[in-house]
Structures are given as structure tokens and as C-alpha cells.
Design a protein around this ligand. Sequence first.
Ligand SMILES: *Cc1c(COP(=O)(O)O)cnc(C)c1O
Length: 358
Amino acid sequence: MRISHVKLFVPGPIEVRPEVLQAMATPQIYHRTPEFRGLYADLQTKLRRFLYTESPVLLFASSSTGAMEAAVRNCVGKRVLHVVNGAFAKRWYEISQACGIPADALEIPWEKAARPAEIAARLKTGQYDAVAVVYNETSTGLMNPLPEIAAVVREFPDVLLLVDAVTAMGGVKIEFDKLGLDVCLAGVQKCFGLPPGLTVCALSPRAIQRAEAVKPKTYYFSFPVMLKSHEKNETPATPSVPHLFALNLQLDYFFEEGLDRRFARHAEMAAVVQAWAKKHFDVYPEEGYWSKTVTCIKNTRGISVDALNKALIAQYGLRISNGYGDLREKTFRIAHMGDLTLPDIRGVLGAIEEVLKL
Ligand SMILES: *Cc1c(COP(=O)(O)O)cnc(C)c1O
């Protein structure tokens, strides 16, 4: 099948720079060599700088869902509280259930952000030793107030904070150590601007200690097993070496752009899309918690989202995203993440205006 290129404005996978694709075609190296260990060590240095941390950042040859499973398998000894206000948070809760890990859901309406006081009230029961939160809910374009949540969780010394930062990391600043996070994971096909198939995951000393105590019932996703290899700048199983070449290049690109400038660019793209959405439609989640990386637009005009996307693809070679699950036709989503720029964003908004004759 011949696949012609359609520019992606969906919240993952996203546009990948040609230089990144090229890096993935680097001739293979064997992963038990000084050459590989050098690459791994370089990545650790860069990832620590990128996440403002002294902690190890593990590399998973899986998409984010694998690391979400690893987090609960390794870090829950007693019971985990899942803050559920979107599809990915719900998935994480279902992962715990599927793994037989004692778990409760703190259910919140999907258009509402998590309230730190509500989380604190649940933790005061003393039942939990971990909380799982999705920083940026890709399904609803909602950003939970992570710094405030982290501050309340840190008042409970035995409770670990597990964070799915899949559509946040690389688009907004995450100061892992300063915030006091314990696990923070992200697949690279979102804000990193790489093809899918690799996930990075930072672990605090508390998380490492917990994983050793828990003795997780997993081998492939065991933090202690991974950390043992990490000490030697290796991974226990064969890593996705092409991704590591690409990540190495991309992290340099981030530092060249400047991290603060990268985050400012995301904020700027978000502001433009959200002002446009307010003018022509509405924004789905409650105000004050709009995502910096993806906007979920309420279909207040009752347009056919499916027909809009078909027209954008056929006439402009651009793809946006329908709503997630039940929100499929009630909302649509425009991603403004990774290496997309303001001109790209103005382009897609202009195309939508032409198709809908706004
Ligand atoms: C995309 C996404 C995931 C799942 O990623 P997979 O690549 O499908 O494993 C999890 N959480 C969030 C917030 C996401 O956006």
C-alpha cells in the first residue's frame, strides 16, 4: 500500500522531523558494548537535565501503557488510589484491577480537574500507599493541577505519587525532584516528537525502595531488574536501539531550542487554539485547567466531526482528532505538541474555517 503523508494534529502519534527519522536509520550497534553503554549514559545525563532530577530514568521498549502497568506492579504494596477524570486515568485503574492490585477509583466528572483536598481526604483514611494521577488527560484536554496535588501527597510520607505525564512531558516543565514525584512516565510519540515504541520513566529513591520491598510479580517490567542493568548503563532485555539514537538527537534539539522556549511555544500554541475555540465553539473542560498540548473542543455547532476530518485530509492533507470514546462526535481535538509551530497551528485553524465556512 502506498501511504501518502497527511500532517498530524492528533494527540499522538505526532509529526516527526525528517532528521529524527534519519537518526532511526543509524546502522545498528550491539547492546552489550562500550558504544551502547556510552549512548545510554549520555541519555541519562540528558534526561536528568530535561526532568530536573538526579534520579534514574528507565527506558522501556514499550508504549506508555507498559510503563503504567510497571508503575502499579512495582510501587503498590497496600492499595492504590486512582484519580479518574478521563479515559487514560480509567485505563490505569483497569490495569491495576487486571493485575490484581488492590485499587480504588476517585471518580470525578471528566470535564472537571482533580481537587487536591479531595485526594488528601481519601489519603487520610490511611488505606493507601500510592496515588496514580494523569497529569494531562489527552481524552478531554484537561490538565490536572499536578504541583498542588504533589504538595498534598507529600504530606503523607508513606504514599507514593505515580504520574502519567504522557502528553505533558516535553510540552510543559516537569521538575521531578522539586515537585517530589515518585514515578513519572511518558511515551515518546506525544510531546517528544518521536515515533511510537519507547517510554521514559523517572523513579525517585522512595519508588526504588518501594519496588525492592514489594518484590513485583513481573520480570520484564520489574524496576529492580531494570535498575540492576541501569547501574551498568544497560537494559536487561534488548532495547529499541533505533529509538535511543533518535531520542539522543531529539534531546539535543530540545536544549538547542531551550527548554523554557519549548514550553513557551506550547503555551502560545494552546492560547491561540483555545481563543479560536472560544470564538467559534467552546472548550470542553472547565476553565483554568485547559491543556497546553491538546485542546478538546466542544462541538456546539453540531457539525459532523467525521466529515470535517475527511475534508481536511482530502483537501488539505491535515488530520485532526475526533473526540475520545463517548465524546467522539460531541467534541474534537487539535494537538499542539511536539515540534509543531504557531504557523502550523494557524494553518490547520484556517483550513477548518474554510471547510466549515466559519
Ligand atoms: C497516549 C496516552 C497513553 C497511552 O499510550 P499508549 O502509547 O497507547 O500506550 C496513556 N496516557 C496518556 C495520557 C496518553 O495520552
